[in-house]
Ligand binder design. Structure first.
Ligand SMILES: Nc1ncnc2c1ncn2[C@@H]1O[C@H](COP(=O)(O)OP(=O)(O)OP(=O)(O)O)[C@@H](O)[C@H]1O
Ligand SMILES: [Mg+2]
Length: 293
């Protein structure tokens, strides 16, 4: 029996929901077949051998697409109560992201992009639905466990940089390492290297107030990446920058995505930035749709 880690099967002829595991079984034993069908989400069964598997394999399915699902968002809805009114921002959102996959989410202002990203990063809770990252159901954790999990697995670049004003660039970048228990000297060394990667080696002692908007966003990106997270969530990383600084940050992100094997979900208004990604999804009327490039 070959056990293949989870894959996103939406729109590819299997089912329109993320699958936890896809099992391919080569067995003539009806009892085994029955047990597996009862125990798993979905079982692809064949009584014959590899040639038949190859025949049944959907033609446009590359083996690489069976890489493990890193993030799986299942039926997530979110409403806010505004006085007596309930505002439904997200409606039944289901999608998944593979390890090292790079996704852009487009949507107009107020469409719920930040709300969705905050839920994916366990910075907010959904009204219903579940989010699993790296096999861990985020909302099964208490807030301390969520913070630890975020620190180890995710990097977040906020819409507004959210750097700590009283700390300089290198201290801000070293912070996630210190929280993870790294030795302070080593943390500083790694933070310095990360700042060099975003071309800020000459600004390490500067506090955020002494940095330009683009430089602050570079520090924020360095801080998000310093722990080598499996998943980076970025909320309009170029949104508050002028055109040329925004383009420089977009280039930097493209470079980092190329060199570091991490999954990225980037929320943006910027069609040019979105066009650089593997997949582009659009958030509209609370729902997420795949956009054909
Ligand atoms: N805490 C809250 N209480 C009530 N309504 C909220 C809250 N947070 C967000 N909203 C509403 O949810 C909707 C989506 O907000 P969100 O910040 O997710 O949009 P966005 O797509 O990120 O917008 P932008 O592109 O302007 O950043 C908005 O109408 C907003 O007013
Ligand atoms: Mg937003």
């Amino acid at each position: 029996m070959v056990r293949i880690p989870a894959c996103h099967a939406g729109g590819r002829g299997f089912e329109s929901r993320p699958l936890r595991h896809l099992f391919i079984v080569t067995s003539q034993n009806p009892f085994l077949v029955f047990i597996l069908r009862e125990l798993t989400d979905f079982v692809c069964l064949t009584a014959c051998y590899p040639a038949l598997i190859a025949l049944l394999w959907p033609q446009n399915y590359k083996l690489s697409e069976f890489m493990s699902v890193l993030l799986s968002c299942d039926s997530v809805s979110k409403s806010f109560i505004d006085g007596k009114n309930e505002v439904q921002v997200l409606r039944d959102i289901t999608f998944s992201v593979n390890a090292s996959e790079q996704i852009a989410i487009l949507g107009s202002s107020g469409s719920g992009k930040s709300t969705l990203l905050h839920i994916l990063g366990a910075l907010d809770t959904p009204s219903s639905g579940t989010v699993e990252v790296d096999g861990q159901s985020l909302f099964a954790l208490n807030s301390n466990q969520q913070a630890r999990f975020r620190n180890q697995t995710m990097g977040f670049v906020y819409q507004f940089h959210h750097l700590l004003p009283e700390f300089n660039a290198v201290e801000n970048v070293a912070m996630p390492l210190l929280i993870a228990g790294e030795n302070p000297d080593k943390a500083r060394l790694i933070a310095n290297e990360m700042l060099a990667k975003v071309s800020l080696q000459h600004r390490i002692e500067h506090k955020p107030s002494a940095l330009s908007g683009g430089e602050r966003q570079r520090v924020a990106i360095a801080r998000a990446l310093v722990n080598k997270p499996k998943l980076v969530l970025a909320d309009e990383p170029t949104g508050n920058l002028d055109k040329s600084t925004g383009e420089a940050i977009a280039d930097l992100l493209a470079e980092l995505r190329e060199s570091l094997q991490m999954a990225f979900i980037v929320v943006t208004h910027d069609l040019q930035l979105a066009a650089q990604f593997d997949r582009v999804l659009t958030l509209s009327s609370g729902q997420l749709e795949e956009r054909t490039k």
